[in-house]
Design a protein around this ligand. Structure first.
Ligand SMILES: [Zn+2]
Length: 439
């Protein structure tokens, strides 16, 4: 009786413990089972030849103390485009009531993965026999991404989630290659999110880095340095799933490169950076996960007229010609060329310890650096390559400098002209406003 009353007393006097978060983790092998066109380089002339290492899509589902479910998906691919993610978002909404602000889909940007999604962009104009394989792979990929989300949601169990950041130094600002006079900012932070079970055992580790996955450019399928980093972490933490989120690394390359030993070495350096964060003191996440999503319009510069395109074609290289012919096809089909794009932005606020921004496209490093400065460098994670990789996202400075990220990459993506310099302000101001809206 005394025991019972003391239990009752403590129940009355103790504040209610916060409801713990839950988490689920899943992964699906998406290694192509037949030779397939590879993504990332226009210079490749035939499909893949063999597999060096398997590639995956993976998911972590989090459930906060209010019961909100939030899911992140990562994949060893050059990029998810909306042709893949739109059907996934639709299925996730219908099957699990998961809205866009609570589902992020990020690609590692490996340049040694299969082509998936849109095949008619000027960078890859495939013969029909190759396009059929890409279509078959894409259909399966969409099912696999939906499947991995469902598997993570089915895996929900009590979890402790924590965040902290480390450092790794192999990303080099590639715009300085041939232009040593350029400023060359880099972002060497390694953000890490851990998911532990009630027994304290690591179930998932999500980590990011702002650098192209372009060590190799040959014909074997693998996940480049992010793939090796994930494999190394899964080796070091048996039973845990490692997920890589590409950061704002559009103007960053792993240098030096082009040897498989270097791919493995950068993977190990990154895994070691993550391991040291995991071994140290991390900030626990709790409370409610707030989420918001927006698509501000970003604008292209004035498109050329049909007469201007037709007049320039005889003077162009084969690659530039493909782009101009693509624009003429767009004019024939759509009657006009694109003037702008609805740019996907998502912000997650996970208690006081983490504001997580996800951005579409290939985002240059200045966005990550500026947002971290504005929102707090210790508590902000900025991921690029999320939801829809449809173009490079340069700043006003890089548009002014020109070059690949500022101008000529628009050819491969099939856009009529570079972005207006206002793109930088549009994106930064909107992200800051969304993040401040949580307070
Ligand atoms: Zn790229």
């Amino acid at each position: 009786m005394r025991l019972l009353s003391s239990v009752l007393l403590s129940l009355i006097l103790l504040p209610a413990a916060p409801a713990a978060w839950k988490a689920g983790v899943a992964k699906v092998n998406i290694t192509p089972t037949e030779p397939i066109w590879m993504s990332g380089y226009a210079a490749r002339v035939h499909p893949s030849e063999g597999v060096y290492a398997p590639i995956y899509v993976k998911a972590v589902a989090l459930e906060d103390d209010a019961g909100n479910k939030t899911v992140l998906v990562t994949g060893d691919l050059v990029g998810f485009t909306k042709f893949i993610t739109d059907p996934v978002f639709e299925a996730a909404r219908k099957r699990w009531g998961l809205s866009r602000e609570r589902l992020a889909i990020n690609a590692s940007h490996t340049h040694s993965g299969p082509l998936a999604g849109q095949v008619d962009r000027p960078v890859y104009r495939l013969e029909d026999k190759y396009a059929v394989v890409v279509k078959r792979y894409t259909d399966k990929l969409i099912e696999d991404v939906i499947g991995v989300i469902g598997a993570a949601l089915d895996d929900m169990a009590p979890a402790e989630v924590a965040f902290e950041q480390g450092y790794a130094g192999f990303a080099v600002n590639r715009r300085r290659v041939g232009h040593r006079e350029y400023p060359g900012p880099t972002d060497h932070d390694v953000p890490v999110l851990t998911v532990r079970g009630a027994d304290g055992k690591l179930r998932a580790v999500v980590f990011g880095y702002a650098c192209h996955a372009t060590v190799m450019n040959e014909y074997e399928i693998h996940g480049d340095y992010p793939g090796f980093a994930q494999a190394e972490l899964e080796r070091r933490f048996p039973g845990a799933t490692a997920l890589f989120m590409a950061g704002c690394g559009a103007d960053q390359n792993p240098l030096p490169r082009r040897r498989m030993e270097l791919t493995r070495m950068y993977g190990e350096i990154l895994a070691e950076a993550v391991d040291q964060v995991v071994a140290g003191k991390m900030k626990p996440l709790g409370g409610t996960i707030q989420a918001i999503y927006a698509t501000p319009r970003v604008h292209f510069q004035k498109a050329p007229t049909r007469a201007e395109i037709e007049a320039r074609i005889p003077k162009l290289s084969a690659y530039e010609k493909r782009h101009s012919e693509y624009l003429l096809e767009r004019l024939d089909q759509d009657g006009k060329l694109a003037e702008g794009y609805d740019y996907p932005i998502r912000v997650w606020r996970m208690g006081d310890a983490l504001t997580w921004v996800t951005l579409g496209g290939e985002v240059v490093v200045d966005y990550g650096l500026q947002l971290k400065e504005a929102l707090g460098p210790d508590t902000t994670w900025v991921s690029g390559y999320t939801d829809d990789v449809f173009a490079y996202i340069p700043t006003a400075r890089i548009i002014d400098e020109g070059g690949y990220e500022g101008a000529t990459s628009m050819l491969g993506y099939g856009w009529p002209a570079p972005f207006e310099p206002s793109i930088e302000r549009t994106i930064l101001e909107r992200v800051k406003a969304l993040a401040r809206g949580f307070e």
